[in-house]
Write a protein that binds this ligand. Structure first.
Ligand code: MG
Length: 292
């Protein structure tokens, strides 16, 4: 079809069990979390962020991280990972036997300070140490950069700063960097230009995008990033999520709609549309908060 160049296949990185659920007001039973991960596996998701190894005082919703991780059905070839906010989280994740962990930091100083109580430089140093220890154990590290397309506190975030952070993360060993639109501030021009500029500079790390709901603009952003050469897209079944530290944070891009869009374009995802729609319904049934 024409000269609209497209990849044959994209990767979906499913964040629903962690990013989707962590902000929910009431505790979601461990059994339900396990069931959600198992349903996502059955739907064909190949990369699933299962939970977060974070202090239970900080995120009580994730206090069952170890149990959830140990009890999910793990399918051969599927990567099950978890968010770790710091070195302590890495320690817990290693104890639990994870093969891949995910770090997070923000591109804007004030958001990083509020979220992680560290400066951007301090976070980069800690992630470097996480990478060093993880490499010794043969564990892979994926890294989020939040507030890439705008910060709810500072407003515009200079793209040069995002590029510097992405290159530093690559240098410290992160195999993939995910650009987060934490409060749904991206537009399709940014969604094309920022990933394109970073892709040009990265030597070996792959690049992903993580868009949040913005009245449908997120799908225009996804298309723009696809055109820029991105082939890894983060989403949460049911569109669940939001950031507890970002005022006005919206849910994640709904995985099932993203899968539907890619399939309509003839791009493979490896995910069954009917089954991921069921996952979306199930995920929504688990939450009672208004931020879906
Ligand atoms: Mg998110």
């Amino acid at each position: 079809m024409g000269n609209f160049k497209l990849p044959e296949k994209v990767d979906i990185f499913e964040v629903g069990p962690r990013d989707g659920l962590q902000n929910q007001r009431d505790f979601i039973p461990t059994e339900s979390k396990i069931e959600l991960v198992n349903k996502l596996t059955a739907a064909g998701c190949q990369r699933i962020e299962v939970t977060s190894f974070v202090h239970p005082k900080w995120v009580p919703q994730m206090k069952d991280a170890k149990e959830v991780f140990s009890r999910i059905d793990k399918k051969e070839g599927v990567v099950y990972n978890a968010l770790i906010p710091n070195l302590k989280g890495l320690e817990l994740a290693l104890e639990a036997g994870l093969q891949e962990v995910v770090t997070i930091m923000s591109a804007s100083e004030s958001h990083n300070k509020k979220n992680l109580n560290r400066s951007v430089d301090e976070s980069l140093k800690e992630i470097e140490e996480i990478n060093r220890i993880a490499a010794e154990k043969g564990v892979k590290v994926r890294s989020y950069i939040a507030t890439v397309f705008g910060c709810p506190i500072e407003g515009d975030v200079p793209v040069e700063k995002v590029i510097d952070i992405a290159l530093a993360l690559e240098e410290s060993g992160s195999y993939e960097i995910s650009l987060g639109d934490t409060t749904g501030m991206a537009n399709p021009i940014m969604a094309y230009e920022i990933p394109a500029m970073i892709l040009e500079r990265l030597k070996k790390a792959s690049l992903a995008v993580h868009y949040h709901q913005a009245d449908g603009i997120e799908f225009a952003n996804i298309l723009a990033s696809l055109k820029a050469g991105i082939t890894v897209f983060d989403g949460a079944a049911g569109g669940l999520g939001g950031c507890p530290y970002a005022p006005g944070a919206t849910g994640n891009t709904a995985t099932e709609t993203m899968v539907d869009m890619f399939h309509r374009m003839g791009i493979k995802t490896g995910i069954d549309l009917d089954l991921i729609n069921e996952c979306g319904k199930f995920a929504k049934s688990l939450v009672n908060c208004c931020n879906v």
